[in-house]
Ligand binder design. Structure first.
Ligand SMILES: Cc1cc2nc3c(=O)[nH]c(=O)nc-3n(C[C@H](O)[C@H](O)[C@H](O)COP(=O)(O)OP(=O)(O)OC[C@H]3O[C@@H](n4cnc5c(N)ncnc54)[C@H](O)[C@@H]3O)c2cc1C
Length: 453
């Protein structure tokens, strides 16, 4: 379905078998580490045993997902838990839609299994190669003014704790931990299973077309609610917003998936192959970028299609990039985007990757970037062969000034001291962390920075 900057990449399989100290790196190639040991537990009890072994040796423990965080949040210098063998559906109730998934289940695998049962995730982000635990632990979200991030779909978790318990946490069990455990940054323990509220299978009708950028910006608080799932991309150096408007339809609505030829042209050739070539040329000859961006805006974004939701929400990304994303209030989108435009042109930067803008409902998850406010998300990207630092620093200054909160899995420079005022329950989260992990078994450098040691 996706047409620009497209396509996925399962991250490389992690080393098989306990004890293999091989280098790990994340998808974006911004982080790498060689853990002391990799373990592959296949049950909750094996996770508890792995934590106990690590504690005996004085080693920190960290579960990893698919390595798709841009930040160092998944870096595991001590014992790295690879949950590949802890996957699949462990319980399903088709009438209520409540489904319990083992913690290492990949989102795309979960979607396929749910589909066989007439069920679907209510909403998803741009890709589906993440593990359910990894995606939830960093506050992964999609778009949709009436919909929250993935954490709002969660109903219960089982947490393997530092003191060797398998702790059920939900609004009715150990309820005081629930607002923290819904989005725990991997700082509270190791998730063993997660119960999700799914919805009956549905079709998404996608309408992708360009519109004048200024008109979309001026009307964003309304425009973002004019379809169930609205987003747009803006290629710097152009004046077009490439809008994507997805409308939810019943499961028996006519499906008109993009045909294999058009999909190949749009997603594989334009979205990945050609785009990679253009980005490479742009990194060597930045003067070509404005022209390429106008080309990309013109050719790659004009189509309608309808298919089952999970095939429309998620796409593949093979062109590697770096990303920073902040949530801001809805009304901040227009001024932020205009300031970004000005700072890019003033500095003479040539930016080949688009800026993505989405919106979600407010929620009540303590560390959610949408906590307490309807939010827009503004994501800046830079091709991985280019130096992103100046651009991201300028973008971060603008986003911060508009009350921005950084995505926990995407690049940012914030630390505990300046994140605290952004979250009403920051200290409540820290109190839960102190209670569940007083010895900091689950910490790493990133968590020390954003939560404190
Ligand atoms: C190409 C690309 C597209 C993306 N698109 C989106 C998007 O549309 N929307 C969005 O919001 N984000 C997006 N992201 C960010 C991504 O969703 C998050 O960074 C997510 O956390 C990655 O999931 P993962 O499985 O790779 O987790 P990892 O990066 O491997 O881990 C993330 C965190 O989860 C923890 N964790 C993993 N498993 C467990 C467990 N069992 N128990 C406790 N903690 C655990 C890790 O310790 C770590 O702290 C994108 C990233 C990329 C690279």
């Amino acid at each position: 379905m996706r047409s620009i900057v497209a396509t996925t990449h399962e991250s490389r399989p992690q080393p098989r078998g306990a004890g293999a100290p091989r280098p790990w790196r994340n998808w974006a190639r911004t982080e790498q580490v060689t853990p002391v040991r990799v373990e592959r537990p296949a049950s909750g009890d094996e996770v508890v045993a792995a934590i106990a072994r690590a504690r005996t040796e004085g080693l920190p423990v960290k579960a990893i997902g698919s390595g798709h965080s841009f930040t160092g949040i998944a870096v595991a210098p001590g014992v790295q838990l690879d949950l590949t063998d802890l996957a699949g559906i462990s319980a399903i109730d088709e009438s209520s839609g409540l489904v319990t998934l083992a913690a290492g289940t990949k989102l795309h695998a979960a979607s396929a299994m749910l589909h066989e049962h007439g069920l679907a995730f209510e909403n998803l982000g741009d890709i589906d190669v993440q593990s359910i635990s990894g995606a939830l632990s960093t506050g992964t979200h999609g778009t949709g003014r009436a919909f929250g991030g993935l954490a709002t779909q969660l109903r219960a978790v089982t947490l393997a704790t530092a003191d060797g318990r398998l702790l059920p946490v939900s609004p009715t069990e150990n309820a005081e931990l629930w607002p923290a455990a819904r989005l725990g940054l991997g700082a509270l323990g190791v998730l063993v299973d997660l119960t999700v509220q799914t919805v009956p299978t549905f079709v998404l009708a996608a309408d992708e077309h360009p519109e004048p950028l200024d008109a979309v910006l001026d009307d964003w608080p309304n425009r973002s609610a004019q379809a169930d799932h609205v987003e747009f991309y803006w290629f710097p150096h152009t004046r077009l917003a490439l809008t994507r408007n997805n409308t939810r339809l019943p499961a028996d609505a006519p499906r008109t998936p993009v045909g294999p030829v058009k999909r190949w042209v749009d997603d594989d050739l334009l979205g990945n192959g050609l785009y990679e070539v253009l980005c490479r040329i742009g990194s060597i000859a930045p003067g070509t970028i404005p022209g390429f961006n106008r080309l990309a805006s013109g050719v790659a974004f004009n189509r309608q299609a309808a298919d089952y939701s999970h095939r429309v929400f998620a796409s593949e990304r093979t062109v590697r990039f770096r990303e920073m994303e902040y949530s801001v209030p809805l009304e901040a989108v227009a001024p932020v985007m205009r300031e970004l435009d000005r700072v890019i042109e003033r500095n003479g930067w040539r930016i080949s990757f688009p800026i993505e803008v989405r919106a979600t409902a407010a929620d009540d998850v303590w560390l959610s970037t949408a906590h307490g406010r309807a939010s827009s998300y503004i994501a800046v990207h830079r091709y991985h062969r280019e130096d992103a630092r100046d651009y991201f620093a300028a973008a971060e200054a603008i986003l911060r000034a508009h009350d921005g909160r950084p995505h926990w899995g995407k690049l940012h420079t914030r630390s505990a001291a300046d994140l605290r005022p952004a979250y009403a329950h920051f200290d409540d989260f820290l109190a839960v962390r102190d209670r569940l992990d007083p010895d900091r078994v689950f910490t790493n450098d990133y968590l020390d920075r954003v939560l404190g040691p």
